[in-house]
Design a protein around this ligand. Structure first.
Ligand code: NAD
Length: 365
């Protein structure tokens, strides 16, 4: 065990069934009097109602799409400037929360959204506050300083303190309406966060503890929530697991499986969770070591072989893409080279060059 580490978790977290009903009270507690609410279409009707009920919500941007585009974040930032907002509230899956985070970070600046996104201009020093309310159980974006925003077909992950939320409200009731497919892929995204945080080269004792509990809860509850989305106990367990998984990778960062997810999403259009799931069991096998065996035993498994087979069973249950042939024509050499070049690959405990990654993908033929 490491006996030297620095751990920080600056987000105020409210968790519990029905806690979202306290939104107005919590905005008051945080002294936030002027906020822009950012969400996707599924939450748009509710957002309009909230705007009428809560005076602190001065504007709503409800057009966030999956793989959120920079143009949406720029529009939300414009609203924030126009209304002199102090905060941006992101309600939804990772797409809505990441849009809210990016809008809050760039709203005080004068440069174009593109200049901030590309890194040509540093983010303003005085970001607006961010309040995140997840409605899927997967990304953990409510407790990370990461925002994933696409510009055209280029998807970019930016890691910056300006994206760290001030507060998170995690209400499992908000996830009851998530479809079975999205339930499965977001659950496997959370599983990937917990495992990658644990096997990351920068792993730490506190996040490691959270990761084991997140994996245990996902193994116990994901199939139940997939088959019956109204099962409140399973939904609450997954919301909690997703939060723990977010905390378990927030500082250590993710590794090989997430590095591969970027080309898989950009080239073969797999949603983020399905892209992570595509290689997750392969990385469990490749990264298996004593620490991962310990996590498996804490999660109630016999070891890493059982973990890999449980992940494959989840993918089979939901009919997720599992084999190279499911992706269409694949140039494995080009795919492996792109995955090897992703910076997160440097965080993988086992060195994975393009040749090793090509062999990993070839095994999925
Ligand atoms: P998502 O936000 O794209 O949502 C998927 C779909 O589910 C959307 O159509 C959305 O409208 C719908 N939806 C969301 N909540 C719903 C609900 N309660 N009921 C019905 N429909 C609902 O999916 P996601 O997996 O939550 O987020 C994926 C995005 O998050 C990707 O862009 C990914 O790269 C990013 N991400 C960010 C972080 C981070 O730390 N910032 C971590 C992991 C992933």
């Amino acid at each position: 065990m490491r006996n030297d580490f620095f751990y920080a978790q600056p987000v105020k977290i409210w968790f519990g069934e029905g806690c979202f009903a306290r939104l107005e009270e919590i905005l008051g507690e945080l002294s936030l009097e002027r906020c822009v609410l950012v969400c996707g279409r599924h939450f748009a009707p509710e957002a309009k109602k909230l705007q009428q009920q809560i005076p602190a919500i001065c504007a709503v941007f409800s057009e966030v799409e999956p793989n959120p585009q920079l143009s949406g974040a720029a529009q939300a930032a414009r609203l924030a400037r126009m209304h002199k907002a102090q905060a941006v509230i992101g309600i939804g899956g990772g797409s809505a929360m990441d849009t809210a985070k990016f809008a809050a970070a760039i709203a005080p600046g004068e440069a174009s959204a593109e200049a901030y996104w590309s890194g040509e201009v540093p983010l303003p020093a005085d970001p607006l506050a961010i309040l995140c309310v997840p409605t899927t159980a997967g990304t953990g974006s409510e407790v990370t300083q990461v925002s994933v925003i696409s510009h055209g077909s280029a998807k970019r992950t930016t890691n910056h303190p300006s994206f760290m939320p001030k507060a998170a409200m995690v209400d499992p009731l908000l996830s009851l309406s998530v479809s079975p497919y999205t339930t499965m892929i977001t659950g496997l995204d959370a599983m990937a966060h917990a495992l990658e945080g644990c096997w990351s080269k920068n792993h730490q004792p506190i996040p490691d503890l959270l990761a084991a509990e997140a994996v245990r809860l996902i193994l116990e509850n994901l199939s139940t929530a997939y088959r019956d989305g109204t099962d409140r106990e399973a939904r609450a367990a997954l919301s909690y697991a997703s939060l723990l998984a977010g905390l378990s990778f927030a500082q250590p960062k993710t590794a090989g499986c997430h590095a591969c997810s970027y080309p898989l999403s950009e080239w073969y259009h797999l949603p983020h969770g399905e892209a992570c799931a595509f290689t997750l069991d392969s990385f469990v096998t490749l990264n298996a070591d004593e620490r991962l065996e310990t996590l498996c035993r804490k999660a109630g498994l016999s070891g890493t072989a059982e973990l890999a087979s449980r992940i494959r069973a989840f993918k089979e249950e939901a009919g997720l893409k599992m084999r190279l042939s499911d992706l269409g024509e694949v140039d494995t050499a080009a795919l492996a080279a792109a995955c090897a070049a992703h910076p997160l690959m440097q965080n993988n405990p086992v060195p994975m060059d393009a040749a090793a990654l090509k062999a990993m993908f070839e095994a999925l033929r």
